[in-house]
Design a protein around this ligand. Sequence first.
Ligand code: M6R
Length: 602
Amino acid sequence: MCGIVGYLGLNEKKEILLDGLQELEYRGYDSAGIAVIEGKKLHNFKAIGKLENLREKTKTYHSEGFGISIGHTRWATHGKPTELNAHPHLGAYSYVVHNGIIENYQELKHELQADGVTFLSQTDTETIVHLFEKNHKTTPDAFLAFEKTIQRLEGAYATLLITEAAPDTIFFAKQGSPMLIGFSKEDVYFASSDTPIIGKADEVYYLEDGEYGYAKAGEVKLFNAGGEKSFTKQALTSDKISAQKDGYRFFMEKEIYEQSRVMSETMIGRVRDESIYFEELGEDFFDGITSIKICACGTSYHSALCAAYLFERLAKVRCDVEIASEFRYKEPLLLKDTLFVTISQSGETADTLEALKMAKRAGLKSLSICNVDNSSIVRQSDAAILTRAGIEKGVASTKAFATQTMVLWMLAVYLGQTRKTLSSVLAKTEIDAMLHTPKALIVGDELHAKLHRLSKRYLHGHGFFFIGRDIFYPLALEGALKLKEISYLHAEGYPAGEMKHGPIALADSELFTVALMPRTMHYDKIKSNVEELSARDATILAISPEPFALADDFIQTQYATHPMLEFFEMMVVTQLFALEISVRLGNDVDMPRNLAKSVTVE
Ligand code: M6R
């Protein structure tokens, strides 16, 4: 995810910006840049890749005296990771950095292009700086021009703008994306989280949505829709690791809470009113393809299993899924009309990468669904769709799974539309549901508190069965994997209808069953499967929108109009359930024993 740093003062600005950006590296990025105005002179540097590249480019530059400066690390969403797409973006005499998504950027861009503005990048951000300069022509007061600019922006943004028209001032605005202002005796800092300013600033103000203003030497003015605002600074923490967690106890917890937001990023530019669009896929990408084979490991394998239901149901394309480590040694039959899909958060998983190489040797066309651009799997694939989850630090994958599943769902609808196996009415239903997904992923305080309370009853026993049917079966597998990874308790995912073919022999009060009981998918069937377990005294935690009398514990879900909305809401419940049990057991949630985030060995 992108990171912002800003500094206003007398100290050497380049080092402050580069050090600040270094502190934001944990968020992930693929290019970086800085812009400084000292005196009236503007300096700008950008580089793709790691910050060392930017350090190298700026090594002979040192700022002098009072000045204003902004910096940015970019995680590509709109447009590839190139220097032109890196921030700060330049107008004729101003620079801007921005985190978030300007949802109406196409409309603004067309308007500005009609006025003769030439865009250099493919980003949504560049519209801000051109819009500012357009407004500045008719509104010479730079702050009023900035105010006018942000009034036109829709979507999420945290943005800093500097301009030669006001060379002592940094303009700022926040809506939806985080930003703070740090204060030391003489200097003012901006950042998208605490870490870049710890050790530099003493006090901080966390901007609220809708706030904007300007900073110049010794003066910070804050406004919102109601006019000028006073604000209270607070002392700044000195603990960097906890600052990186944005106030959450664990990275995994932070990543669970982030899912709602990153899901919007996964969809942006891809989910349109009536159709799905992938700029990564040429129009003829699926020509000659009659079936799909997906290979992946762990959590990514679970999203693949889910995709198999969706591809066959929505796109009417045959889809087989295999665990990559099994696929590699089975001497598989590989036919050229099969599209070979790999799914991986890291893009470096050895078994998945080797499976991809095998498929390539057999002449299959390949597509990867991955969270890390330029990773080995992405580079080896004919095409890649990035999941845009942002860097995932918790070893137990959460937001990567959510965004993988979303991409696969979008791909199924895309295929259904291009192959005309999905009517426009049904496609519209799917797309409407997609657009509601971020809501279904919001973690309510009440839900989290309930799972915290309830978790104390699940610390013993002889194991867990997570059960579900259809797409809720892979979700059951994923719920069980989450729990075992971080609690070290035995857990299995099972198709609910399969319990009576063996596992039900284990049923007694010490067997915990987590039942995924969606209203929109085979509710009566799963209900009777759970009743069979209850009759054998198994302890039941039911997750459902429908009250269920036999449940020992019950979590009532809200979104019951579409199976995928139920899927994502239940996913959050299972993630928090695992997290709270792990916390109670005193385990290391983010770095569970024996596990690595990226498994680059066989
Ligand atoms: O990076 P990948 O998605 O290829 O990783 C695959 C698995 O190693 C990974 O999903 C693993 O199962 C996670 N720890 C699950 O939480």
